[in-house]
Write a protein that binds this ligand. Structure first.
Ligand code: KG4
Ligand code: ZN
Length: 352
């Protein structure tokens, strides 16, 4: 019997322990999740400091760092959960979207574990993983709900109709919100990672720089976003001032950009909540760690019949617990991969 033939004969257990493996960018992460909701271990080894001098993630460096960190992260996760590989029911791994070389480290590692332990290999979409982080934040959370997906690669308002059935109401037509934070950080000469540094600076500023309204005469979905225009408006503002020899207040620029980038996310998400009638709103993705967004959302739902689920900051940015949580859902469906699983640079939002 081949590996895959053997795997298909295994019973699917509702009470299952899943190892999640995430290597799509600069975090080498391994987590162990029980029954899709309980975090038994959650290790993250970040190579962020290696990338600072380059102003952004260098894919080659990220891949090499994953290679050296992944075994350590796995051993530590097992130790902290007080488990051995025999206790793991399935190995879930991010297959995309992300940096190909980086993803391949996790995919190859997960394949070798699955093969040697004779357990299922479960491919997971990074984006679905971000959304599944809310199941860890609120153990009672069940679809339907609306989520604001805001990461370095994606921006969308999504209705999670069921664990496996999603409807994308609007998404970005160009840059993602996190990408805009990172680019604005560069214009303001802030170091990598840009998002948290823009947030820090914005705290000292005021929302006084006039920035254009997003997608003013746009004919597409009213829930779509365009962060490229906003980013360009910030760049033009800074350059025009510099050409005239006028001073800018970087903190005001950061604060005004942050308002413009975030307020529109909340506004459109609330419209989708109204439209769907769903009573729960969740936050997914790295920009979800932004303090202004988290506070503004709390204020926006105050006095409204909307339940808010905001994962801890650690579970908004990249982690493996979310991959284990989504991996559990895919495991229950028997969505297993064979050993020819490949990494994918892009997985569309609508695809599982
Ligand atoms: O979800 P994530 O960790 O990785 C992707 O899947 O892309 O998101 C990373 C993005 C980066 O663009 C980063 O600048 C942004 O999330 N980010 C933030 C904050 N923390 C991370 N943006 C604004 N404020 C933050 N505090
Ligand atoms: Zn991510």
């Amino acid at each position: 019997m081949t590996y895959f033939e053997k795997i298909k004969t295994l019973p699917i257990k509702e009470k299952a322990v899943i190892m999640g493996i995430e290597t799509s960018c600069d975090e080498t992460a391994v987590a162990i999740i029980k029954d899709g909701r309980e975090i038994l271990a959650d290790e993250i080894i970040s190579s962020a400091t290696e990338h600072v001098k380059f102003g952004g993630v260098v894919p080659e460096i990220a891949s090499r760092m994953h290679t050296t960190a992944i075994l350590k992260a796995t051993k530590t996760a097992l130790e902290k959960a007080n488990l051995t590989l025999d206790d793991i029911d399935a190995f879930a791994v991010t297959e995309g979207s992300g940096l190909l070389g980086a993803l391949l480290v996790g995919v190859s590692f997960a394949k070798s574990l699955a093969f040697s332990c004779n357990k299922p290999l479960v491919p997971v979409s990074h984006i679905r993983g971000h959304i599944a982080a809310s199941y860890l934040a609120d153990k009672g959370l069940k679809p339907p709900f609306v989520t604001i997906l805001c990461s370095g690669g994606h921006t969308a308002i999504i209705a999670v109709k069921d664990y496996y059935d999603f409807k994308v109401y609007g998404s970005t037509i160009d840059d993602a919100v996190g990408e805009a934070f990172d680019k604005v950080a560069r214009v303001l000469k802030l170091s990598y990672p840009g998002g948290p540094n823009v947030e820090r600076l914005a705290k000292e500023g005021q929302n006084v720089v006039p920035l254009p309204k997003m997608l003013k005469n746009y004919q597409g979905s009213e829930f779509d976003f365009s962060y490229s225009g906003l980013k360009t408006a910030v760049i033009n503002y800074v350059h025009n001032k510099q050409e005239k020899g006028e001073q800018i207040n970087p903190a005001d620029v950061a604060c005004s950009f942050q308002h413009a980038a975030i307020d529109v996310l909340i506004e459109k998400a609330l419209k989708v909540v109204n439209l769907t009638g769903y009573k729960t709103l969740t936050l997914s993705g790295g920009v979800g760690a932004n303090g202004y967004l988290r506070e503004a959302l709390q204020k926006a739902v105050k006095d409204k019949d909307i339940k808010l689920v905001i994962p801890e900051k650690r579970y908004c940015t990249d982690n493996a617990a979310m991959i284990g949580a989504e991996g559990y859902l895919q495991y229950l469906k028997g969505n297993f991969a064979d050993l020819d699983l490949n990494a994918k640079a892009v997985i569309p939002l609508s695809q599982k």
